[in-house]
Design a protein around this ligand. Structure first.
Ligand SMILES: *[C@@H]1O[C@H](CO)[C@@H](O)[C@H](O)[C@H]1NC(C)=O
Ligand SMILES: *[C@@H]1O[C@H](CO)[C@@H](O)[C@H](O)[C@H]1NC(C)=O
Length: 438
């Protein structure tokens, strides 16, 4: 009994002291917030989706200054100018509605629409005024965010000679083709294509998808997700070719799947952005899956290329050209890499900062014609890569179509200037007939 009492007293003591501490803490943050709120005399830019740390920050952007915060209390600040969203975290039933007419919205998203199919609808895009996306046409393009430098493309740190690759095939029984993927149910239906390709050519598949080879002990799963992991780069470098299939097909959505093999001199066999050749080091630096009628035709070509040494060397000229200046001949890529501000590391965070400053600077001009459109985020309804037609057995097609419904509902809410809770959002969504209405 005494034991029990002692326990009770302890619990009461701990609870009351926690309560007192929390009250102090609340008071403090409330005070800070009050002071700040009143003191802010510059445009306020609010991250609606928590993104860049809790502290509010005054930032200089060239000649002007803005206050950046993710404290939603600022939604009522009279100097609020723009609300920013990170694509993957947007919840369409949790938006700052009603939207005041003078408040801009900005969209940041380097990813494919995997986490937010609604963005594939132009109706949804046009709610935003400013964009930083994978598209070269967005306001702050993130197209090359995964590619650090020219040196990464032309450097030979990881490069394995053709002679050695041939030896690895002969002596270590490596296949000429590498595939590593752990996300198997994708909008692009890549596994469907690769499965058929496997009937014609020999592919080492280390990942969870279509697995036929054990990942080396030294290469734990987490290595595979990192672009610059040296073990992963070394593994890739041993292969003549790497199957580089994106999880979704969007214009300019190009990821490390393309850059990694290019960086080590394994020839990418690429499926993804239809215009990806615009960013290759040279005319022949990758094989485009789209150039072939199907897996069989592609396989025939690859089998020839794998054994035609002089032709294969053309595909790795960014590694072996004697003249260093001729290793990258594509002016678009060369200029994009050379014209980068070298004082700012090529890190995602720095792109975020550029976007924040663009939005800040725009909040000082009086233009009212900034509207995001399809060019900034162009991901058509997914097709089956074997037939090039929309395939209803692909559940992503439905995801995209329901996404369109959400976009439509959302646009109506914004237009009618009404706010809505989660439950009503979903109820109203049910009144749409996706086939007919979206
Ligand atoms: C921002 O986008 C909204 C919705 O499309 C539009 O009504 C508004 O005029 C735009 N604002 C500016 C400053 O372009
Ligand atoms: C939208 O609603 C808000 C809050 O209910 C109101 O202050 C604002 O005037 C409305 N705007 C329009 C254009 O109706």
């Amino acid at each position: 009994m005494a034991n029990y009492l002692r326990k009770c007293i302890w619990v009461a003591l701990v609870a009351s002291s926690l309560f007192i501490i929390s009250q102090f803490w609340l008071m403090r943050t409330y005070e800070d917030y009050e002071i700040l709120f009143e003191d802010i005399k510059v445009p306020v830019i609010l991250w609606w989706t928590p993104f860049t740390g809790n502290q509010g920050r005054l930032e200089n952007c060239g000649q002007v200054k803005c206050y950046f915060t993710q404290n939603r209390n600022f939604v009522s600040h009279n100097l609020l100018s723009t609300i920013l969203f990170y694509g993957s975290s947007i919840e369409f039933e949790d938006l700052p509605l009603p939207r005041r007419g003078s408040i801009d919205w900005g969209l940041l998203h380097e990813e494919s629409p995997r986490n937010i199919p609604t963005l594939t609808s132009e109706t949804a895009l046009s709610l935003f005024n400013h964009s930083a996306t994978f598209s070269r046409f967005s306001d702050v393009p993130l197209t090359l965010v995964d590619l650090d430098s020219e040196e990464d493309l032309i450097g030979t740190k990881y490069f394995v000679s053709l002679e050695k690759k041939n030896r690895l095939i002969r002596e270590k029984q490596l296949a000429p083709f590498l595939y590593i993927q752990s996300n198997c149910e994708t909008a692009s239906m890549r596994d469907l294509y690769i499965k058929e390709l496997m009937q014609y050519i020999s592919i080492d598949s280390y990942g969870a998808c279509l697995n036929n080879k054990k990942l080396p002990e030294s290469l734990k799963r987490d290595h595979v997700s990192s672009l610059k992991d040296s073990e992963f780069l070394s593994l890739t470098s041993q292969y003549k070719f790497t199957l580089a299939f994106e999880n979704a097909v969007c214009d300019d959505y190009i990821t490390e799947k393309l850059w990694r093999p290019l960086m080590v001199g394994s020839v990418p066999v690429y499926y993804g952005s239809p215009s990806f050749k615009d960013w290759l080091p040279n005319k022949n630096s990758a094989v485009s899956v789209r150039d072939f009628a199907g897996p069989k035709e592609l396989a025939n070509f690859l089998l020839l290329l794998a054994t035609d040494e002089s032709r294969y060397r053309e595909y790795i000229s960014h590694k072996i050209s004697r003249n260093l200046n001729e290793r990258i001949t594509n002016p678009r890529l060369r200029n994009a890499l050379r014209n980068r501000d070298k004082s700012v590391p090529n890190e995602f965070g720095n792109y975020v900062q550029s976007f924040e400053c663009l939005v800040c600077q725009r909040s000082f001009d009086n233009a009212n014609s900034y509207i995001v459109n399809k060019e900034h985020y162009n991901c058509p309804l997914p097709v089956n890569p074997l037939t090039n037609t929309v395939d209803r057995s692909n559940f992503w097609v439905d995801e995209f179509i329901v996404g369109r419904c959400k976009a439509k509902l959302l646009a109506q809410l914004v237009l009618r200037n009404i706010s809505i809770d989660r439950e009503s959002f979903h109820q109203q969504l049910l009144t749409f007939n996706p086939e007919r209405d979206c």
